[in-house]
Ligand binder design. Structure first.
Ligand SMILES: NC(=O)c1ccc[n+]([C@@H]2O[C@H](COP(=O)([O-])OP(=O)(O)OC[C@H]3O[C@@H](n4cnc5c(N)ncnc54)[C@H](O)[C@@H]3O)[C@@H](O)[C@H]2O)c1
Length: 263
């Protein structure tokens, strides 16, 4: 990448699944923009919230665009990257962040639910990363790919079997992408949140009542609270900075220590 030592000035980032107010994607977009990056915000829906995201990133003095695309469709992944380049000029940082979850025991999982979760979390992540890497390769200046993983990648949680399986599969892919794309100076790392109070958890049975939330908070050694989206964003920013040029294939948990010693 360029010659900057600390900041991300002049870099262009694309963050998937970043339209919503309470999302991890928003935390990532803000952390990158505050370091100087222009940011393309992607989502499947939520146009109103997305226009507020673009507004708040522009208020930081950055260029920002919203690009609607369904990552479950590989052609849409290609179009998303191409449109980012058309509108913002290049692509240096790709954050494969969009994800979906369903809470079901394995005996209840339907083929449709499985296809939906695998389609976004595994296919979408893979085809998105591959399209981004192809663009970075064309630019010949390296690049950074950061995947939003989960503690579910390493810990089996009941009712989240298919979700966890996709994150586990993505963890394997991150390692292979990191090795195969190292010759092009493209790093691939993943950040693993534990519990963030974002939209995805609104349907979670684990946080459905205040009593359950209190139990969940008690299980987090650091501060007895969920992580903030911005705290995930800071980890993504680290992997995007010049100082992380020699870090690839790394798995960084940002979970307040919730799974220490449990796997
Ligand atoms: N919140 C947590 O506790 C937690 C924990 C571990 C990992 N994660 C991961 O963090 C990532 C971000 O999730 P979040 O917590 O911010 O939830 P969120 O629901 O707020 O954000 C996810 C976004 O992805 C978008 N999306 C879904 N399908 C899409 C598609 N096909 N194409 C484009 N966008 C699509 C959604 O519209 C949504 O805006 C996910 O990968 C999730 O698995 C979240």
């Amino acid at each position: 990448m360029g010659s900057g030592l600390e900041g991300l000035e002049g870099r262009v980032a694309l963050v998937t699944g970043a339209a919503r107010e309470r999302s991890i994607g928003r935390g990532i977009a803000l952390a990158l923009a505050e370091r100087g990056a222009d940011v393309a915000v992607n989502d499947l829906a939520h146009e109103d919230e997305a226009s507020r995201r673009v507004g708040e990133l522009e208020a930081l003095g950055r260029r920002s665009v919203f690009i609607r695309a369904d990552l479950a469709d590989p052609h849409e992944c290609e179009r998303l990257v191409a449109e980012t380049v058309t509108r913002l000029g290049r692509l240096d940082i790709f954050c494969a962040n969009a994800g979906v979850a369903d809470w079901q025991e394995l005996v209840e999982v339907t083929p449709e639910a499985l296809r939906r979760i695998v389609g976004v979390n595994l296919h979408g992540c893979f085809f998105g990363c591959r399209a981004a890497a192809a663009q970075m390769r064309r630019q010949c200046t390296g690049g950074r790919i950061v995947v939003t993983s989960s503690v579910n990648a390493v810990m089996p949680f009941p009712k989240l079997g298919i979700y966890g399986a996709t994150k586990h599969a993505v963890a394997h892919l991150v390692g292979v992408m990191a090795r195969e794309w190292a010759p092009d100076a493209i790093t691939v790392n993943h950040v693993a949140p534990g519990w963030v109070d974002s939209n995805i958890n609104d349907r979670s049975p684990d946080f459905a009542t205040e009593a359950l939330r209190a139990v969940a908070r008690a299980g987090i050694p650091l501060g007895h609270r969920p992580s903030e989206p911005r705290e995930i964003g800071e980890a993504v920013a680290y992997f995007s900075l010049e100082g992380a040029a020699h870090t690839t294939g790394a798995f960084l948990r940002v979970d307040g220590g919730s799974v220490i010693g449990k796997y």
